[in-house]
Design a protein around this ligand. Structure first.
Ligand SMILES: [Zn+2]
Length: 299
């Protein structure tokens, strides 16, 4: 049976061991304290690589069979084993992480190849694997501070779906990247706080339910923006399955999203899309990181 170690680096590190495509045992986590946010933001890239290697070693070392592949998922633009940009872990920008980690693992006598993936792509791979649909196009939106777009199967490209332009209004300037009219500038948690200086995003959505007009208009814009970006991907790659997850997926009203989407996608061959909410968890991305690494071995 093929084994892989999956590692996900976001606000924290989680690592798990896969046999076949199933997680075995309890994943490791750093830091252990779940309330400690941004624990990784101040750690230099080289130290992060060493920490990842220690986690892999702990999971591979206890088994005589070691591991066939190591998959690591990180946020940002990830291509060819290099983190080209990572706004939420800026110290990783330019890091040749796959190469560095391979070296660090070899020093620990672990020779498994390292495969680096974007974290949203890893979630898409994990969803496809756990739903038994690795042969189908699977797309995932992750709703948090940033807006991530992931797809499986992997195809080379940038795929920064959160930065797709959904507005021509020059006042739409809240995206963390500085670009105007971006999806993340409307939907991202940080962007919502910048727009509503007097209210937290949770309050905006609660007030909208009670009928507050300004909040209701914004919640409608939030859903229309996601519908516009999703419609664009349907018009480019076709209908199919879209999943929604992440810290802020609780804000999402699928009925409202669907009604906006139906007004934007009018060609009948494109209307057979499905929309599904997934509760956020670390395990899906872990499985996806491992599965993507095993698939990369086979190609
Ligand atoms: Zn942007």
């Amino acid at each position: 049976m093929t084994t892989a170690i999956g590692v996900v680096v976001t606000e924290h590190i989680t690592a798990g061991r896969l046999e076949g495509q199933r997680l075995t045992g309890k994943p490791l986590r750093y830091p252990n304290d779940p309330v400690e946010l941004d624990a990784l933001a101040s750690i230099p890239a080289s130290e992060l690589v060493e920490m990842i290697a220690e986690h892999v070693d702990a999971l591979a070392g206890i088994h005589t069979s070691g591991a066939d592949a190591v998959g690591v998922a990180v946020p940002g633009i990830v291509r060819g084993g290099v983190v080209e940009d990572s706004p939420n872990l800026p110290q990783l920008k330019g890091s040749r992480m796959a190469g560095e980690l391979t070296k660090s693992l070899q020093a620990r006598n672990i020779k498994a190849p390292v495969h680096l993936a974007n974290d949203a792509d890893a979630i898409a791979a994990g969803v496809a694997a756990t739903h038994g649909q690795l042969n189908k196009l699977t797309r995932v939106w992750t709703l948090g501070n940033g807006i991530g777009y992931g797809r499986w199967p992997y195809v080379d490209g940038v795929w920064e779906g959160g930065h797709i332009s959904v507005s021509l209004d020059p006042k739409e300037r809240y995206c963390g990247c500085g670009g105007l009219g971006h999806l993340e500038g409307i939907m991202g948690y940080r962007a919502m706080r910048l727009r509503f200086l007097d209210m937290e995003p949770e309050e905006i959505f609660a007030h909208a339910k009670k009928g507050d007009e300004r909040c209701r208009d914004f919640v409608d814009l939030w859903h229309r923006a996601l519908a516009a970006a999703t419609a664009s991907f349907i018009h480019l790659a076709g209908p199919g399955r879209f999943y929604f997850t992440g810290h802020n997926v609780g804000f999402l009203d699928l009925g409202l999203l669907r009604s906006h989407l139906e007004s934007m996608v009018r060609m009948s061959p494109l209307q057979s899309f499905s929309l599904e909410i997934l509760p956020p968890d670390d395990e899906t991305a872990l499985i996806g990181a491992g599965v993507a690494a095993l698939r990369a071995l086979a190609t």
